[in-house]
Design a protein around this ligand. Structure first.
Ligand code: FMN
Length: 285
């Protein structure tokens, strides 16, 4: 083949074979990337629109446009009082432990309501409050949840999690049998709302719903401990859709965490874990 023939051959190969192939690869990559980064993508678009300072764009904020701003209720503490409270709160929370052996003793529902009300005081992206708390005390419902979780967890432990993960869990003595799901008097399930609907049926975007729900869950944990109860944070792998369906929640809600809550069983033990010292978790400039 002449050099002109070679060049023509490369150009035709690139135009009709390589180029369409690359376009398809880019298209698929772009689709996957967009799905994975959907929330960031939406946030970015909104931030860009904000930057443009668009006026009269027909958009109505989700909160009342003329929202009143009121004086902050703030009681100033003395430095001594502040120091004492910060120390006391640390001592209180440092005594919190994850409990995997529960007594069947019931907890007054009013306490659970107060705890969940406290979790609902959490800050949230644009005050979207993207959480649904579900409290299960029905024995039948707890058993159904346990069956879903134990079925999936057996597969998780035997197949999905892999050797490294299951080896790391060995000192905690966990496995796919979850007696606490039916022993604990109450299961609290936290669903993350990825979006919701406004009164006019329009979608309301829930910015930073992941971070907001995690903050709310942290406050929940502190409130549970403060009320003299114990709990366990759990993340039932691969169980979200089945539990969501069981509880009749909509598809835009995703199961984030499940916590059995109650009192510890008699002779309950916990792993003797040490927490990192301040110097290991704090960098100061
Ligand atoms: C996001 C998250 C997921 C967890 N998932 C599980 C779980 O599925 N099963 C379990 O037994 N413990 C679970 N834990 C509890 C941890 O093992 C526990 O917090 C850790 O060992 C430290 O113990 P402590 O809570 O007593 O300080 C989870 C904790 C967190 C924060």
């Amino acid at each position: 083949m002449t050099s002109v023939g070679h060049n023509l051959y490369y150009i035709l190969t690139f135009t009709f074979i390589l180029y369409p192939f690359l376009r398809i690869v880019c298209f698929i990559y772009n689709k996957i990337w967009k799905v994975e980064n959907c929330e960031n993508f939406i946030d970015r678009i909104h931030a860009e629109n904000d930057d443009k300072g668009e006026e009269d764009d027909g958009l109505i904020p989700s909160l009342p446009e003329e929202l009143e701003h009121i004086p902050l209720k703030f009681g100033r503490l003395s430095v001594d009082e502040s120091l004492k409270r910060s120390e006391d709160f640390y001592v209180l929370l440092n005594s919190r432990r994850s409990v995997r052996h529960f007594s069947k003793e019931t907890v007054p529902l009013k306490i659970i309501h107060n705890i969940i009300k406290t979790a609902g005081t959490s800050p949230s992206g644009a005050h979207t409050e993207p959480w649904t708390y579900i409290c299960v005390i029905s024995e039948e419902m707890k058993q159904k949840i346990r069956t879903i979780i134990e079925t999936e967890e057996e597969i998780n432990y035997k197949k999905r999690m892999g050797k490294v993960w299951t080896t790391d869990l060995k000192p905690l003595k966990t496995n796919w049998i979850k007696e606490y799901l039916t022993d604990a008097p109450c299961l609290i399930l936290i669903f993350k709302q990825t979006y919701s609907f406004k009164n006019d049926g329009q979608r309301r975007l829930h910015y930073y719903n992941e971070q907001s729900v995690c903050l709310s869950a942290g406050i929940l944990l502190a409130a549970i401990h403060n009320a003299g109860l114990v709990s366990l944070v759990s993340t039932p792998l691969n169980c979200g859709p089945a539990i969501r369906e069981l509880l009749g929640r909509p598809t835009y809600e995703k199961l984030s965490l499940l916590l059995p809550v109650g009192y510890p069983a008699e002779n309950c033990t916990v792993p003797d874990l040490k927490r990192k010292a301040l110097e290991e978790i704090l960098i100061e400039f």
